[in-house]
Design a protein around this ligand. Structure first.
Ligand code: CTP
Ligand code: MG
Length: 230
């Protein structure tokens, strides 16, 4: 059954899904790879559509797959599908261009984080609504982190207590995200990085282990196991 979005919601969610999935190995664009029989993108969109304040979803699909992605998602939720770009940041910019000005909160969420719970989407949106211009979900770093120099020699141990692993969705005031994307000169791996460079505060909220990014083959195995214990 097609999910309904909230016509009175104040949130647009951009879902960059145009990556090749090189680290996952051969098998086509990552967003279309199967997890428990369904494409990762379907898992991701179903959870985004279940978040109560989402009014609009924009997917950036691989350019050759725009029509296929429209058909794939039509039974899942109402989504706008645009062609993505060569870099993630370009895919985000292209999706952002489809969001009307009256939407105040924009979240950017990787299709690869296919199991992200709707509650995390809501908690990021709520923090933006409370007045934070940029919000990121984070987890503590569990491994000991070393800085390594030439010849694989350890230079030192980094103080882990001040480090965080960053997830998506990352949330922004619409005007802030538009501004930093318009003036971005070099590509970063996340959108909050653009806000940092612009000198605005970025605020952390607790992330979720379920929001893991499916990157390497082992992550698919883990995600499938998580679906079954859910
Ligand atoms: N993405 C995108 N457009 C790109 C590159 C990435 O929309 N040109 C999206 C991916 O589809 C993914 C998210 O950005 O949902 C995070 O990127 P990543 O996990 O790196 O996915 P891929 O780039 O597909 O994987 P890889 O780097 O292993 O090729
Ligand atoms: Mg990538």
């Amino acid at each position: 059954m097609t999910a309904q979005l909230n016509a009175r919601g104040d949130v647009a969610v951009l879902v960059p899904a145009a990556g090749a999935g090189v680290r996952l190995g051969p098998g086509g664009p990552k967003a279309l790879r199967l997890l428990a029989g369904e494409p990762l993108l379907v898992h991701a969109i179903r959870r985004v559509a279940a978040a109560a304040s989402v009014r609009m979803i924009v997917v950036a699909a691989p350019a050759a797959e725009v029509e296929a992605v429209r058909e794939l998602l039509a039974p899942v939720a109402p989504v706008t599908v645009v062609a993505g770009g060569a870099e993630r940041q370009e895919s985000v910019s292209l999706a952002l261009a489809a969001v009307p000005a009256e939407i105040e909160v924009v979240l950017v969420h990787d299709a690869a984080r296919a199991l992200t719970p709707p509650q995390l989407i809501e908690s990021v949106a709520a923090a933006v609504r409370q007045g934070h211009p940029a919000v990121i979900p984070v987890l503590p770093v569990v491994d000991t982190i070393k800085e390594v120099g030439p010849g694989d020699t350890v230079l030192g141990t980094v103080d882990r207590s001040v480090l965080r692993s960053v997830q998506t969705p990352q949330g922004f005031r619409h005007d802030v995200l538009t501004e930093v994307h318009a003036s971005a000169d070099d590509a970063l791996t996340d959108d909050a990085g653009l806000v940092e460079k612009a000198g605005l505060p970025v605020t952390c909220v607790p992330g979720s282990e379920l929001a893991l990014k499916i990157t390497r083959p082992l992550d698919l195995v883990l995600a499938e196991a998580l679906l079954h214990v859910r």
